[in-house]
Design a protein around this ligand. Sequence first.
Ligand SMILES: [Zn+2]
Ligand SMILES: [Zn+2]
Length: 425
Amino acid sequence: MSSILIKNGRVIDPSQQVDRVADLLIEDGKIVGFDIDQKDHDTIIDASGKIVSPGLVDMHVHLREPGSEEDETVRTGTSAALAGGFTSVACMPNTNPPIDTQGSVEFIHGQAARANNCNVFVVAAISQGREGKELAEIGQLVEAGAVAFSDDGSPVSDHGLMRRALQYCLMFDKTVLSHAEVLELTGGGVMHAGVTAMLLGLGGIPPAAEDVMTARDIALAEATGGRLHMMHVSTGGSVDAVRRAKQRGVRVTAEVTPHHFSLIDESLRSFDSNFKMNPPLRGQGHVTGCIDGLIDGTIDIIASDHAPHAKEKKMQELDRAPFGIVGLETSLALVITKLIEPGHLDWSGALEKMTINPARVLGIDRGTLEIGAAADVTIIDPDVIWRVDPSEFRSRSTNTPFTGHRLKGRADTVIVGGVVKFSRS
Ligand SMILES: [Zn+2]
Ligand SMILES: [Zn+2]
């Protein structure tokens, strides 16, 4: 029997409404309980002044393997996840080839086992080849272990296909994750369609491109009873649409990314492609809309949309550089600095969106410190001030817009399945 006692930490487990100083005992990879007086431990971790959270879950991560190993691999991406405090990630299927067969799901599981870092849950493609034409073999993919379905990177433009996806996934109680974008409205766009885009002479991506698709998805979820999750919500309009849908009882959840509640479109004045992502950084009104959604619970989840790109790709001029930024290693600190510190969310409210809520959407038995649960634990130093230096990232890529930012708080120790996988001290 191997055991770890985490002493004197402030244990915050939103899944059980726990928020108190306690000792947490782990044995043989499982949570045993709080404040159990037991003499012999293999490891004692003093968590005085620290926060002891269920292991963080990031349900929106691009690991780039297979096909773009120059950007990231399962090994480097999961190593970055650990450094960011994440014990579980869900990886997106827009790889080359896409994750749309049993073999491709098994490949990712195999790479994750070899890397032996954090848990990797596989999101499989909605359509064969991610071509948006024929439904993938949903049943077989579920059998192989796919936890959810998405064509992320691209929208599902065909309304009939999206309806069938919601219907089929419902049969397996799986959620469809939607990248909401009307391509006819975004074509050629580089950044948010606003005053800054006009001043800079750059092609704009209007909020309506997201809002129209959000409305369609909600209508189809309502019609089918299917489980829908809106990824990377970036507009006030989409937040409103999700809010109203929830009030009607539609089975919809939503996420925002740290960059969408931290940055605005004016950052593109630098012409730095590390501010280019899809959906784009919006104006302050939309940022406020997203934060309001986080506060009132319309937005259930915070996910990074970790999208690594090798330097030579991002170094191209703004029009040609790919969309996306890395996020795993700055996500938690941005939540603390931009949401908890200003008082938008309390600790429990913030951690709920990074633990039990994403676990529930994916239907995985994680994100909790319940007795008997897998011992995935993140110990957070809430007070440390640090400066973002991409050269220290464990990710293979460094495409972050937060270089040089002073942030507060980060993961100190990360335990996966009862094993310490990361420790700063
Ligand atoms: Zn997307
Ligand atoms: Zn994505």
